[in-house]
Each structure stands twice: as C-alpha cells, then as structure tokens.
Design a protein around this ligand. Sequence first.
Ligand SMILES: [Zn+2]
Length: 327
Amino acid sequence: MKELTIGIDIGGTNTKFGIVDRDGNVIFHDRISTAGHEEFRDYFKVLSKAIRQAMEAIQGEYKMYGIGVGAANGNYYKGTIERATNLPWKGITPVAEMFKEEFDLPAIITNDANAAAVGELVYGAAKGMKDFIVVTLGTGLGSGFVSNGQLLNGKHGIAGELGHTSVNPAGRFCNCGKRGCLETYVSATGIKRTVYKLLADHLEPSELRGISFDNLNTKMITECAIRGDVVALAAFEYTGRILGMKLAETVVHTDPEAIFLFGGLSLAGDLIFKPTIRHMEANLMPLFRGKVKVLPSALQNQAAPILGASSLVWNYLDNAHPKEVLA
Ligand SMILES: [Zn+2]
C-alpha cells in the first residue's frame, strides 16, 4: 500500500499543492490562484475541492498520513498564518485546524524556509545530517535551522529569521520596518538594488545600463556576468561578500555541518558560491575554518515547495511523536 502525504505551498500569487510518497516522488501536483481570493473561506473551499479531486484520482490502495503546509508567517505551534504581508488575508488564519476538520487528517504548518529545511532533511542533500542550515534566496531571504536533528522553531515559532539580521544599521530600508537587513542585500531584490548602486558608481560600459529596475532580474544579471559584464560581476562579488560574512557569524550559533543555498540567486552557481565561500572562510573564527560546507540544495526544481511542505508530516511522524495525532 502506498504511503502518502499532501504538501501545500501557499505563495502570494499561487498555491501549489501535490501528493507525495515516502521517497519524495510527487505523484500529482496542481495549483490554484491565491491572489484571486480575498476571503480565506472562499480560497479554502476551492483548494479543498481540488485536493479531493486529486485524492479520488489516485490509482491503487493508499494511506494518507497528513497535510503539510508551507506559508510566509506560518506558525508551527498555533497552526496559523499570522499577518502575512504577501497574502490577501488579514489577521490570524487558523489554517491547520481547518484542514484537520475538512479532511480528518493531521495538519502541520510552518514558514516556507523552515519547510525547505525539513524537505532537505527528509528528501534532499541533508539526509543523515543532524546540524545544517538552509538559506532560501527568493524575493527575500529566508532560513531554516536544523540542530541535533530537530528543526529550530523557537518560543514563538519564528526562530532563524536570518534575512532580518543586520548587515548595516544605517543601510537599505527593509519591508520589515528596519534598515540594513541581510535580505535587502542578499536576495533577488537585493542584487538588483546593488546593480543600480554600482551602475551609478562605475563608468565602464555595462549591458545593464538602460534596463529599468522593474525589468531587471537575477537571470539577466547572471547572463551578463557570464559574458564578463563588469557591473554584473561586481554585483555578485558584493552580494557574496555580504552573504559570506554573515554566514561566518551565523555558524557560531549552531556549528552546522553544511549550509545549503536554495532557489533564485543560488542558481547562478559559482558566481555566487565562490565569493560567498571565500568571504565566509576569511571571516570565520579559526576553529571553524575548512569545516563548514556551503552547498546547493538538492531540491532545486518546481516541486521543491510541495516537497518541503509534505516532508513536515514525515519528519513529525519519524522523529517526534510517532503515535500521536498532529495538530
Ligand atoms: Zn528586515
């Protein structure tokens, strides 16, 4: 009999969901619009119907073990999404409770970066590791910490918000209300801000000159850097330096075996990994030098958010409380 879980990734524009087996094979996946539903109840109705249809279409015998949800501001302890700025629903939404009632299945929720960390642990390159960090490089910068084999949630379920630790207290303005947060430098948006600053500082010709801020993206900057564009190369060096210095500080907290970079900027390969590793090593406390690997995530594909969400259920059943019902 197949053993399955449902993984749901609630993003600002779309919600991706899928049915996943023990080995991380996505046997069904689809998406619905998130942005089009201003009331959570309407959204939930559409999503539940789509999930039921998917379950009915599964061939052969199976047992469904639970539902895992990854969402910005997903709270592991309360099972809620709280005041997420990228989602249309205001206040506190009791997501886990509603899924549990609707499907009579255990339901777990956490933020998308924590889900990526558990996904790496259950299906990815962190299998067998007990101490590692996943840094997700998207529009912003998220991170999930696994220590002693357990995801760090913290007292309020918001542990490991590396993106909002300071790089420069008088630096760039951040969505969170502070200034100089890491994600204002190291993210898809951050590197764009850096390119614009460098264009102002440099006199050399650059293909990036004349591209509007809204039209600029990581892929363009990567392609220009590969062609030797001075400004694009300098932007990666600058971004890698800030990330590397921050990682050098971060490792002292949990002494990780590896740090995985996931998504967006990490797909630029050596362009981002080389300066990051160089500056991390140069700034590490000597005891740590040469000991912490910086690696690409093994879940670099379209299904990664679904895998991360579904892995929450396996992780909980495998490690924490195998006999208990969740949520
Ligand atoms: Zn911030």
